[in-house]
Design a protein around this ligand. Structure first.
Ligand SMILES: [Zn+2]
Length: 290
């Protein structure tokens, strides 16, 4: 089979933030890793999940991939043979890491998955793999959970490292995910309809404030507009230029927008007070026109 079933990123060294994108069969993936063995740990490149957008190595750019890397941090030499036998259930390949020694073996393993997984599902399967390893080996084998993050670099072997190959089956993604606890709830999503309304209301309000000559200047942080306070008659002291401001909808104000005036008489006033005042002024003006 010549289909491209694996895609991966290759960083030329640890500082490479925009790794090159590659694809191929499992055999080609394994050969690629073997061919990119490094003369020293400092010069080792890495692989990670394929990356989209502008290609920077970060979580938001991680694309789906049909493999997971295991960073096996700590293997009790007494459990080493059992561990390797355990691995043979899967299909993939691995290599001892730069810090590996017979007294303290450490290795990286690439396991083939039956399906491509998202970054989140990769982490969920990783949690299950850790549980599986803990059930079978206790503390004799330890996996680094960070390695299950798609964007985490898996450093490539050194020149003298001898790779090994696993001839079992791809890890069956649906079966494993069915055992995974549900993903934690995402942060409360922005209600798009409400945000749209707040946005329209804000633009409308700014237009009216402009017409009423109450707008002063955009805030330096681009988060709102400094105003002449409409309640300035109640202020007991002079205003700083940005003492009074209307704030654009943002995460900080729940995407509703806001109003703030630092003068003590205005402390309790909110955006709704400003909206009410502006619409009251307009009603009065409309009555005059009639
Ligand atoms: Zn005020």
């Amino acid at each position: 089979m010549n289909a491209v079933t694996f895609t991966w990123s290759h960083g030329a060294n640890r500082y490479d933030v925009t790794p090159a994108q590659h694809g191929g069969t499992l055999r080609e993936f394994a050969r690629f890793v073997a061919r990119h063995r490094a003369p020293s740990k400092a010069r080792a490149g890495y692989i990670c999940a394929p990356l989209g957008n502008e290609g920077h190595r970060k979580a938001a750019n991680a694309l789906q991939r049909a493999w997971l890397a295991l960073d096996v941090d700590d293997i009790d030499p007494a459990a080493f043979v059992e561990w390797r036998l355990h691995l043979t259930r899967w299909r993939g390949f691995g290599w001892p890491t730069a810090r590996s020694s017979p007294e303290a073996p450490r290795e990286r393993v690439v396991i083939e998955l039956s399906d491509e997984v998202s970054r989140d599902d990769g982490v969920r399967i990783g949690d299950l793999l850790q549980r599986d390893v803990a059930e079978n080996f206790g503390v004799a084998v330890r996996l680094d959970p960070c390695q299950f993050r798609a964007e985490q670099p898996a450093f490539l072997p050194l020149a003298d490292a001898v790779p090994f190959y696993l001839l079992g089956d791809p890890l069956d993604v649906p079966t494993w995910l069915a055992q995974a606890p549900p993903a934690p709830p995402p942060p409360p999503p922005l209600d798009e309809a409400a945000a749209e309304l707040a946005d329209v209301r804000m633009r409308c309000l700014l237009g009216r404030l402009q017409a009423l000559r109450l707008l002063r200047a955009p805030l330096h942080n681009h988060e709102g507009y400094a105003l002449h306070c409409p309640w300035v008659a109640l202020h007991t002291s002079e205003s700083g230029v940005t003492a009074t401001a209307v704030l654009y909808p943002s995460e900080a104000n729940g995407w509703r927008g806001g109003f703030s005036c630092l003068h003590s008489h205005c402390r309790g006033r909110r955006l709704r007070d400003l909206l009410a005042l502006v619409s009251a002024v307009e009603t009065t003006e409309a009555e005059h026109v009639d």
